[in-house]
Design a protein around this ligand. Structure first.
Ligand SMILES: C[S@@+](CC[C@H](N)C(=O)[O-])C[C@H]1O[C@@H](n2cnc3c(N)ncnc32)[C@H](O)[C@@H]1O
Ligand code: SF4
Length: 451
């Protein structure tokens, strides 16, 4: 049994560590990856391959104080109309460079708030995407939906375009907490959005909720989770609230003296976790839950769970292309990120160039460490045979890497000839453990707390 004191001693309550949705993490991307390199990587995709596409819409009608996403508020439609044209031009440029026969295994619209697009804009965007590549058989099309920013006609347009997974932002149901984080959203609004989504026979529903919010207590967390469970989501992402007011200036509106302590955050996470488990949800990686029949649960059982920028996925594609300002693409050769500012992104696309501003080319060492970290984040284990077969490294080299990690956590991790295993009561430390396999310097200012 690992005690709270032990977890604390190992850094759980004061370490700042990445969430490892990529390796290396985005702060290590640099200028070495150009638009020409990005185009070259696109042209290297195998003809007939299945790829994933992420479309970023960096606008919101309201700006929630807690939000650390890259987005801008707008009341008028003018910047959205201009941005949509940029997206369509970027998609057309992509279509011209993609090899023959490529299809989409996953399509995700994220933001910001993609549902602030009008129904006609959604249909237009979906058409431009269809001109790039058709959906592969069994493809998933997911959209981030703000329940405050959706209605029947927009859901009709999304369903018509083939959306089969809706992802709603809930955060918390408690009115006092909502007021304090600048995001008012009654239970009725959320429930009505869910009913409207289900009325269109969208087969899968994801919900995001947060722990570690101001004024959150275990009792309030219980109440919020029970309200969420009453809506029967297929998947839940239970994110720790990242309070980084020096980066996300809006968060300065949230007083830090009403935030739970790191020890309390652990209690809040555990409270929510137990409620999902009691309700028969499978625990997926460090912070997701899914019904037993959900494809993410099957992927976890079968060792096919992967980690990407959206968190956990069962997407087997080797290539993820991100379009829109600040979007990141992943290729077998490395990462490429578009210009972060919408102005710079639009200027490049208008000039007939991709806006690639930075990225990272993988070395053999990056690939190895990336897989080791992904395995820990997804399965809480490293399978020695898989790693040796896949990366052609000797037993000695892998042993050195794994004993280096286990040595930093005496008596906590299981190491054997089969690999390394994080037992359940040590799992709150997973990101800290993964950090020991990260060969890059860590700028702690850019990361959130370990719990
Ligand atoms: C792009 S936003 C959600 C989409 C939509 N705009 C909405 O608000 O419903 C994606 C998710 O990021 C998470 N998020 C945003 N800011 C966060 C923060 N500071 N810490 C942790 N998670 C955060 C929220 O759970 C949010 O639902
Ligand atoms: S939580 Fe959603 S609606 Fe609120 S600011 Fe962030 S992206 Fe926009």
């Amino acid at each position: 049994m690992v005690t709270k004191a032990q977890l604390g001693k190992l850094g759980l309550f004061d370490a700042k560590v990445p969430r490892y949705t990529s390796y290396p993490t985005a702060p290590h991307f640099a200028g070495g990856v150009s638009a020409a390199k990005y185009s070259q990587w696109i042209s290297k995709i195998s003809p007939g391959a299945q790829i994933s596409l992420y479309v970023h819409v960096p606008f919101c009608r309201r700006l929630c104080w807690f939000c650390a996403c890259r987005t801008q508020g707008t009341k008028s439609d003018a910047p959205i109309i201009a941005y949509l044209q940029t997206l369509k031009d970027e998609l057309a440029m992509l279509a011209r460079r993609l090899p023959e026969g490529v299809s989409l295994s996953r399509l995700h619209w994220g933001g910001g708030t993609p549902t602030l697009l009008s129904p006609a804009m959604m249909t237009d965007l979906a058409g431009a995407i269809r001109d790039v590549a058709p959906f592969a058989k069994g493809a998933e099309f997911s959209v981030e939906i703000d329940p405050n920013e959706i209605d029947g006609p927009r859901l009709d347009a999304l369903a018509q375009a083939g959306m089969n997974r809706a992802s709603i932002g809930v955060q918390d149901f408690d009115p006092e907490i909502q007021a304090c984080i600048g995001r008012l959203q009654s239970y009725d609004i959320t429930r009505d959005a869910v009913m409207e989504i289900r009325a269109r026979e969208v087969p899968s529903l994801n919900a995001d909720i947060l722990y570690g919010l101001p004024h959150q207590t275990r009792a309030r967390m219980t109440d919020s989770v029970q309200k969420l469970l009453s809506l029967n989501p297929d998947r839940v992402a239970l994110y720790g609230y990242a309070h980084v007011p020096w980066m996300a200036k809006r968060q300065q509106l949230i007083p830090s003296d009403v935030l739970p302590t790191p020890q309390e955050r652990l209690g809040l996470f555990e409270t929510a976790r137990k409620l999902f488990v009691w309700d028969h949800y499978a625990e997926i990686g460090i912070d997701h839950f899914a019904t037993q029949s959900d494809s993410l649960s099957a992927a976890q059982r079968e060792g096919r769970l992967r980690r990407n920028f959206q968190g956990y996925t069962d997407d087997p594609s080797e290539v993820l292309i991100g379009v829109g300002a600040s979007s990141i693409s992943r290729f077998p050769q490395g990462y490429a990120q578009n210009a972060a500012a919408t102005g710079a992104h639009t200027a490049a696309i208008r000039g007939g160039r991709f806006s690639t501003a930075r990225g990272h080319k993988f070395s053999a060492e990056d690939r190895l460490r990336s897989r080791l970290i992904e395995a820990l984040m997804c399965d809480f284990r490293v399978d020695a045979r898989e790693i040796r077969d896949r990366f052609h490294i000797g037993k000695r080299r892998l042993d050195d890497l794994l004993t280096g990690v286990s040595g930093a956590f005496p008596g906590l991790l299981e190491v054997s000839k089969d690999g390394l295993f994080i037992p359940p009561d040590a799992r709150p430390l997973t990101r800290i453990i993964a950090r020991h396999l990260d060969a890059y310097e860590l700028d702690t200012a850019g990361h959130s707390s370990a719990i």
